[in-house]
Design a protein around this ligand. Structure first.
Ligand code: AMP
Ligand code: TRP
Length: 325
């Protein structure tokens, strides 16, 4: 089985990225050939700061390592170091209907958010993502709920290519976690936690103990007093229960029992303590890598070399299927 996934080096990674995506990757690396990418070409489709892009790339790599992704078992690399991604994206663009791209939820959201910068890259984003996945003959794409639509489009593009030219690509499937696929904002629990909203709305993976305490303490809760899971009526508490359950590996039912007749305040204190403890390795790994950046560069160069070898094999097949050479 082959697995591919990626994260954009934009803003700061948060617990939604970890629970929705990365946590599943760690388990998969013992049962499959895994490729985990830092998708910098995707990140530049929205306004960004050129001076900090390389730092953000290193931070994503630090998160991968701190989560337990092992470079001996899995390939970790930066997208722009393997040019075949751009080449395949171009080829796939020619068989992707404009209408399919215009109806993507993420395109609609981002073009509403960045009205001054609706560039062609933002529209073609899912085609580059399809190229990422298809180059590695991927079976499974472990992602959060919001990426399901993009993986379905990838599958459709692969199907279309195979029937128009010849059987070059495997048809991939999204794998969405049962709990944690959609972690909500701490301040507006009916919206998903996002890298681009205000800092109080999310817990960053590198947040200090003080920041964690403060953000959990001021997270929106619901009227009433009960600690009960009911996303419709109690979206705030339900989101905090989901986070608690995912990090402690206790079921939501058990947590409801444990916190029967307890106050929101005590529940939040316990959750903050849990997060401070479980996120400690992220802070430590970041500090370690900052003191020795050459180690990280070696991992990424080595990863790119391995990735390129696989990608070149697939792109050659795609070129010749299309009559190019
Ligand atoms: P992005 O932040 O868009 O680069 O997303 C990276 C990965 O994290 C993707 O697999 C997303 O589906 C996942 N993800 C992003 N936000 C959330 C969230 N609030 N809850 C769960 N998963 C998320
Ligand atoms: N679009 C994904 C996101 O926003 C990131 C991504 C790019 C990705 N290429 C990918 C995810 C390939 C999985 C597989 O989260």
């Amino acid at each position: 089985m082959k697995v591919f996934s990626g994260i954009q080096p934009t803003n700061e990674l948060h617990i939604g990225n970890y629970l929705g995506a990365i946590k599943q990757w760690v388990d998969l690396q013992n049962q499959a050939e895994c490729v985990f990418c830092i998708v910098d070409w995707h990140a530049i489709t929205v306004p960004y700061d050129t001076k900090v892009l390389q730092t953000k790339i290193h931070e994503v790599a630090a998160v991968y390592l701190a989560s337990g992704i092992d470079p001996q078992k899995s390939i970790i690399f930066v997208q722009s170091q393997v040019k075949e991604h751009a080449e395949l994206a171009w080829l796939l663009n020619t068989i992707t209907p404009l209408g399919d791209l215009q109806r993507m939820t993420q395109f609609k959201d981002k073009s509403a958010k960045f009205l001054q910068n609706i560039n062609a890259g933002l529209l073609n984003y899912p085609v580059l993502m399809a190229a990422d996945v298809l180059l590695y003959q991927t079976d499974v794409v472990p992602v959060g709920e919001d990426q399901k639509q993009h993986v379905e489009l990838t599958r459709e593009i692969a199907r279309r290519f195979n029937s128009k030219f010849s059987e070059v690509f495997k048809l991939p499937k999204a794998q969405i976690p049962k709990i944690g696929a959609r972690i909500m904002s701490l301040t507006e629990p009916t919206k998903k936690m996002s890298k681009t909203d205000k800092a109080e709305s999310r817990i960053g993976l590198f947040d200090s103990p003080e920041q964690i305490k403060e953000k959990i303490g001021s997270a929106t809760t619901d009227s009433g007093k009960e600690i009960r899971y009911n996303p419709k009526e109690k979206p705030g508490i339900s989101n905090l229960l989901t986070i608690y359950s995912s990090f402690s590996n206790q079921s939501i039912k058990d947590l409801e029992k444990e916190f029967t007749d307890q106050s929101y305040q005590l529940f939040k204190q316990k959750l903050a303590d849990l997060l401070i403890e479980t996120l400690e390795p992220f802070r430590a790994q970041k500090a370690k890598l900052e003191s020795n950046p050459s180690q990280l560069n070696e991992i990424l160069t080595d990863g790119a070399n391995h990735a390129r070898a696989i990608a070149q094999d697939t792109i050659q097949k795609a070129r010749s299927a299309m009559g190019l050479n």
